[in-house]
Unconditional design. Structure first.
Length: 109
């Protein structure tokens, strides 16, 4: 799988996972409606399905996905929660994305 395709799929996967976990947070911590659990369950189902679309083994997929998840979570913090990232957040996100690229592009037997 090419790097651009894998990255786009990882970003979609991370958005689904974060949304699926953020909605129950709104319900439990910020007294949101219990109806938030319906789109949450759908988002988590989408997250699980998206992970199955990667052609590599599950462990390698999860390892590479983790790098993208970090950067998407920092973006969510900024765009959804209104807290701008620090320089350290950006550095860490960049390093995590670099790690993802190494895993995806690394040689296979």
């Amino acid at each position: 799988m090419r790097l651009a395709t894998a990255t786009a799929l990882f970003f979609a996967t991370a958005l689904a996972e974060i949304a699926g976990c953020y909605l129950p947070y709104l319900w439990l911590r910020r007294q949101g409606s219990a109806l938030l659990l319906v789109p949450s369950a759908l988002a988590l189902g989408l997250f699980a399905w998206l992970l199955t679309l990667h052609p590599t083994g599950a462990a390698r997929t999860y390892a590479a996905y983790g790098g993208v998840y970090i950067s998407v979570a920092i973006g969510w913090l900024w765009l959804v929660e209104g807290e701008p990232p620090t320089g350290w957040d950006l550095l860490g996100s960049g390093l995590a994305l670099l790690g993802m690229a190494v895993i995806v592009l690394g040689g296979r037997r």
